[in-house]
Design a protein around this ligand. Structure first.
Ligand code: HMG
Length: 440
C-alpha cells in the first residue's frame, strides 16, 4: 500500500513582533521571567494591518506551490482550518483560492474546498480528511492543500494575552510523500467542555487554569486510546513528540504526563521509582488528597531525574524552538512544532529517515488526537528549503503603544481611514478591503 502524508510544508508568520520580556512584562507589572521561564515565550507574532487569515494562508500556500512546482491542476482539495473565520457561509478556502488564482492565472475549478472547525485540533482534522480522501482513492492522482491559519488574539487584560500569536501553515498532502507518512492508527480523547469558547464573539472566554487540566486529561485519554489500537509505546520509540503548543510551559506539563504514561510496564518505571524512592502508583489512601499528594510528589521527583531530563531535552525541547518566538497559532501550532523538531535535526546533522514522531494534537472544547508519522527520505531537502528564520528575523519589533494600536485595528476598533501600516508589503497578498485582495 502506497504511503500518504505530508509532502511539503511552508509557514507564514505575522509580520510584527512583540517582545514579551522587554516590552510586555514591564507594562503588565510582571517579572519578565514569568513569560520567558514560566510560559516559555520570548516573543510573539502579530499580523500587520494589511494581514489577516486569508493573506497569511494565501502567502504560505503560494510559496509552497511555487517551490514545489505545483499548479491549481495538481490540487484536488483545499481545506482551511481556522477558528478566526469572518464568514459564516463562504469558506476561507474560497478566498484563499481566489488569491492564488490571480497569480497562477488558472483556476481550482475541480477542487473540493472547505473549512474545518474544532479549535486548534482542526488543522490535524484537515490533515486527516486529506489522508482519508487519498486513501479512499478519490483524489485522481492529485494532492490536497491543507492550510491552518489563525490570529490568536485575547481580550486586553486576559491571562491569555501573553500567549497570543498569528500565522499560517500550508501543507501539501500526497501519495508517496517526501516529508512524513501518517499512520492509519489514531487515538482520541474527546468530551464536551466549556473552558475555552468563542460563541459569536471575537475574543475567547477562557478559564485558563482549567483549560490546562482539560488539555492534560484529553491528552492522556488519547494516548490510552492510541495504545489500544497500535500497542504499547516505549519512551525510545520516537525521535520527537510534537504537541499542540499554546505556550511551551504547557508542553512541559504534557511531556511529563506523556513520559509517565509511556514508561509504564517497560522496566524504566521501576528503575526510576527505585532511584527516587517513591511509588509511581501509590496504594489508595482513605483520603483522596493524600493519594493525589503522593502522585504529585512522585511526578515532581521524576521530573528531576537525569534520565527524564535527557529524554525531554532530546525528544520534546526541539519541538518548541519556533513556538517560543511566535506564540500560539491555534490550528497551526502542532504543525509548527513538528517543523521545529525536523529543522533542529537538520541543523544537528541527524539522520531521521525511518524514525517515528508521535504527534499529539489538541483543541479546546475539547479533543485530543494522537497518531504517529514516519520520516521519509526526502525530509532533508524539504526542511532545508524552509526559510522560517529569515521570516522571523524580518519581523518588525513593535513598541507597547504600537501593540495596543494593532490589537485595536484587528478588533475593528479603528475607522478604516485611520488604519496605518507598520511595515511595507512586498510581493505578497495583502488585505485591502473586502473582495480586493491581491499581490502588490
Ligand atoms: P497566568 O495565570 O497569568 O500565569 O496565566 P501563572 O501565574 O499560572 O504563571 C504561568 C507559569 O509561570 C507558572 O508555571 C508560574 O509558576 C510561572 P507553572 O506553575 O504552570 O509551571 N511563573 C514564573 N516562572 C519564573 N519566574 C517568574 C514566574 N512567575 C510565574 N517570575 C494561563 C497562565 C495558562 C492561565 C494563561 O496563559 C492563559 O489563560 N492562557 C490561555 C489558555 C491556554 O493557553 N490554555 C492552555 C491549554 S488549552 C489549549 O491549549 C487550547 C488553546 O490553544 C485554544 C484552542 O484549542 O483553540 C488555548
Amino acid at each position: 500500500m502506497v504511503g500518504v502524508g505530508i509532502d511539503a510544508i511552508e509557514i507564514h508568520t505575522g509580520k510584527l513582533c512583540l517582545d514579551l520580556g522587554e516590552t510586555f512584562a514591564p507594562e503588565m507589572g510582571d517579572d519578565p521571567d514569568k513569560y520567558r521561564k514560566g510560559l516559555g515565550l520570548y516573543t510573539s507574532s502579530f499580523p500587520d494591518s494589511y494581514e489577516d487569515i486569508v493573506t497569511m494562508g494565501a502567502n504560505a500556500a503560494h510559496r509552497l506551490m511555487k517551490r514545489t512546482g505545483r499548479t491549481p491542476a495538481d490540487i484536488g482539495r483545499i481545506d482551511v482550518a481556522t477558528e478566526s473565520a469572518f464568514d459564516n457561509s463562504k469558506p476561507v478556502s474560497t478566498y484563499i483560492a481566489g488569491c492564488l488564482e490571480q497569480v497562477f492565472e488558472t483556476t481550482f475549478h475541480h477542487a473540493n474546498k472547505g473549512e474545518r472547525k474544532f479549535a486548534c485540533i482542526a488543522g490535524t482534522q484537515s490533515l486527516d480528511d486529506a489522508y482519508n480522501w487519498i486513501r479512499a482513492g478519490r483524489h485522481r492522482g492529485r494532492s490536497a492543500l491543507v492550510i491552518a491559519t489563525d490570529t490568536a488574539l485575547y481580550a486586553r487584560g486576559d491571562a491569555g494575552e501573553a500567549t497570543q500569536g498569528a500565522g499560517a501553515v500550508a501543507m501539501l498532502i500526497s501519495e508517496d510523500p517526501s516529508l512524513v507518512e501518517l499512520s492509519p492508527e489514531q487515538g482520541y480523547g474527546s468530551a464536551d467542555e466549556t473552558d475555552f469558547l468563542k460563541p459569536n464573539q471575537q475574543f475567547p472566554s477562557v478559564d485558563g487554569k482549567r483549560s490546562v487540566q482539560v488539555y492534560l486529561s484529553r491528552m492522556r485519554e488519547a494516548l490510552q486510546d492510541y495504545e489500544s489500537v497500535a500497542g504499547d509505546t516505549h519512551p525510545d520509540d520516537f525521535a520527537f513528540i510534537p504537541f499542540h503548543t499554546p505556550f511551551p510551559g504547557m508542553v512541559r506539563k504534557a511531556g511529563l504526563l506523556g513520559y509517565r504514561h509511556v514508561i509504564r510496564d517497560t522496566g524504566v518505571e521501576e528503575e526510576l521509582a527505585a532511584e527516587i524512592g517513591r511509588q509511581p502508583r501509590p496504594e489508595a489512601f482513605d483520603d483522596d488528597q493524600t493519594y493525589l499528594d503522593a502522585v504529585s510528589e512522585y511526578t515532581d521527583a521524576l521530573k528531576e531525574t537525569t534520565r527524564y531530563q535527557e529524554w525531554y531535552e532530546q525528544v520534546i525541547e526541539p519541538t518548541l524552538n519556533i513556538s517560543r518566538y511566535v506564540g500560539n497559532w491555534y490550528t497551526g501550532s502542532v504543525h509548527v512544532a513538528r517543523a521545529s523538531a525536523l529543522k533542529h535535526a537538520l541543523e544537528q546533522d541527524r539522520e531521521l529517515t525511518g524514525d517515528r514522531l508521535l504527534v499529539a494534537s489538541y483543541g479546546s472544547g475539547a479533543q485530543a488526537e494522537i497518531h504517529t508519522e514516519t520520516v521519509q527520505d526526502g525530509w532533508k531537502e524539504e526542511i532545508a528549503a524552509f526559510d522560517i528564520d529569515e521570516h522571523l528575523d524580518a519581523r518588525h519589533d513593535i513598541t507597547f503603544e504600537e501593540y495596543e494600536r494593532i490589537h485595536d485595528i484587528h478588533n475593528h476598533d479603528i475607522k478604516s481611514e485611520d488604519v496605518e501600516e507598520f511595515t511595507t508589503p512586498s510581493d505578497e497578498f495583502v488585505f485591502d478591503g473586502w473582495g480586493r485582495m491581491g499581490e502588490r
